[in-house]
Design a protein around this ligand. Structure first.
Ligand code: ADP
Length: 497
């Protein structure tokens, strides 16, 4: 009996493997760090061989640790850090260069040129993205431009491009399959999310030969069978693939328009399901494919906050106001409110909806009786205020009311923060019982394809909150608190100009 699903979660800083059972419970996991290389200021790379080796290492480890044999595994789901770009030789599988990491800024100039030439509206309506060095397109262009021989070979069809999912599947099939899924493709800045095809105009503009591109499949479909050599002679289908944030949305069972998830880590990553049609933002949110099963596609609006849990790290490491992040909850609750204090953690500028890269951080409203606890509380509240600002924008541009907010990530351990978030949004905040939402999403996608689970509705029933925070504050409080935040945030605009 095949009772388990193996999820591979290849993230920026680690490769993980988790085995889930039929009830969606994790039964075992293993994790290995992956190195990030910084060859120049602003450059980020990873070794393709290490990505693959660590990923397979943890697969072996989790099977050994749980005693679950490959025969008991129905299918494999893959989720991965998005946008990171790899090129390799189609014959030998040898990487042509190090992977260029998603954070790498080496193509900023190329992006500026594209903007100057007026490509922004076209890129937005075709790919759903803003022109930015994060996305794979300019990274591929850079690799090909910097090596004429590589470009020549790419034109001859001798080179493959892939995001991390493609790279893993290629290796898992010993070079049989060169594929990706729609969610990963939609982060390349080369994929038309309306027609769900690679876009000729962008390929031409960046001089990227279409021969290098992987075939794009629905996230919920059979991608390949892993080579039996890796699984003691068993041939396990790889039947679900999605980029990490989309996988988390799926793992959080946000299957209906208006449902959203927020991951509270160093930064925040928010995605809202907007249904079967893409909604194109005018104010800097990204539009992306949430998942597809070949018959139906769901889209999402995506927004991120640069500094979320990082403001707590700052209180700890730079301000020495706390020793552990976990102390902040009791400190925040030791005072009635912030006594009028606002912390605006615009350390590196502000993203959506403010978009001011010249903004810098501030603590406002300090008086003689301001205590450390007020500042700590205001720092936690800043995470919730920034989240509200993005969700308000999603509601406005999506024309959809936020139904509820499902949460995961390291900072959701903070009950004060979660309750404050519910009060500020006037919505239920549902903290997921299973925090491995990313890997779970990949497992769900794979299990739906093979019939391990028969329907979305059966998975939906599996989703459980570990706690639901219900809004408990009145409208007047909400208006005043948010007005105060907006006043504070405006004071930080343009500081570095
Ligand atoms: P990432 O995946 O981005 O590394 P995690 O999901 O592991 O982040 O979350 C870590 C972040 O959560 C850190 O920035 C930390 O300051 C914050 N954090 C952890 N515990 C708490 C807590 N109890 N209260 C507030 N913030 C917390």
């Amino acid at each position: 009996m095949k009772d388990y699903i193996l999820a591979l979660d290849q993230g920026t800083t680690s490769s993980r493997a988790i085995i889930f059972d039929r009830t969606g419970q994790p039964v075992g996991s293993a994790q290995k760090e992956v190195k990030l290389l910084y060859p120049k200021a602003g450059w980020v790379e990873q070794e393709p061989g290490e990505i693959w080796a660590t990923q397979m290492g943890v697969v072996g480890e989790v099977m050994q640790r749980t005693g679950i044999s490959p025969q008991a595994i129905e299918t494999i789901g893959i989720t991965n850090q998005r946008e990171t770009t790899l090129l390799w030789d189609r014959k030998t599988g040898k990487a042509a260069a190090n992977a260029i990491g998603w954070q790498c800024r080496r193509t900023s100039n190329l992006c500026d040129h594209l903007k100057e030439e007026g490509w922004e509206p076209y890129v937005r309506k075709t790919t759903g993205l803003i022109i930015d060095a994060y996305f794979s397109a300019t990274k591929i262009a850079w690799l090909l431009q910097s090596d004429p021989e590589l470009k020549r070979r790419a034109k001859q069809g001798e080179i493959c491009f892939g995001t991390v999912d493609s790279w893993l599947i290629w290796n898992l099939t010993k070079g049989e399959k060169h594929v990706t899924d729609v969610t990963n493709a939609s982060r390349t800045m080369l994929f038309d999310i309306n027609r769900q095809e690679w876009d000729d105009q962008l390929l031409k503009k960046l001089d990227i030969p279409p021969e290098i591109l992987p075939e794009v499949q629905p996230s919920c479909s059979e991608f390949a069978k892993a080579d039996p050599d890796f699984f003691q002679g068993n041939s396990i289908p790889i039947a679900g693939v999605a980029g990490d944030q989309q996988a988390a949305l799926f793992g959080q069972a946000c299957y209906h328009p208006g449902m959203a998830k927020n991951t509270y880590g160093t930064g925040c990553f928010m995605l809202m399901n907007t249904g079967n049609k893409p909604v194109f933002s005018q104010k800097g949110l990204l539009t992306t494919i949430a998942w597809s099963n070949g018959r139906e596609t769901h889209y999402a609006l995506e927004g991120s906050i640069f500094i979320a849990g990082a403001v707590i790290q700052w209180l700890r490491d730079e301000m020495n106001l706390i020793r552990h992040a976990s102390e902040t909850e009791a400190m925040a609750l030791s005072v009635r409110d912030t006594n009028g204090v606002y912390v605006v953690p615009a350390f590196t500028g502000l993203g959506a909806p403010y978009w001011d890269m010249y903004a810098r951080g501030a603590i406002l409203g300090i008086t003689r009786d301001t205590k450390a606890a007020h500042i700590v509380r205001a720092a936690l509240e800043s995470i919730a205020y920034q989240t509200r600002a993005v969700l308000d924008l999603m509601e406005e541009e999506g024309g959809i009311a936020l139904h509820s907010l499902r949460t995961d990530g390291g900072a959701v351990a903070n009950n004060f923060l979660m309750q404050f978030q519910a009060d500020l949004l006037n919505r239920r905040v549902e903290r997921a019982a299973i925090q491995e939402t990313t890997a779970l999403g990949a497992a769900y996608l794979a299990g739906l394809t093979t019939g391990f689970w028969d329907h979305l509705s059966s998975i939906e029933k599996q989703w459980k909150a570990d706690y639901v925070f219900k809004p408990a504050k009145g409208e007047e409080w909400r208006r005043d608190a948010y007005q105060g935040w907006n006043k504070a945030v405006r004071r930080t605009f343009g500081w570095e100009k």
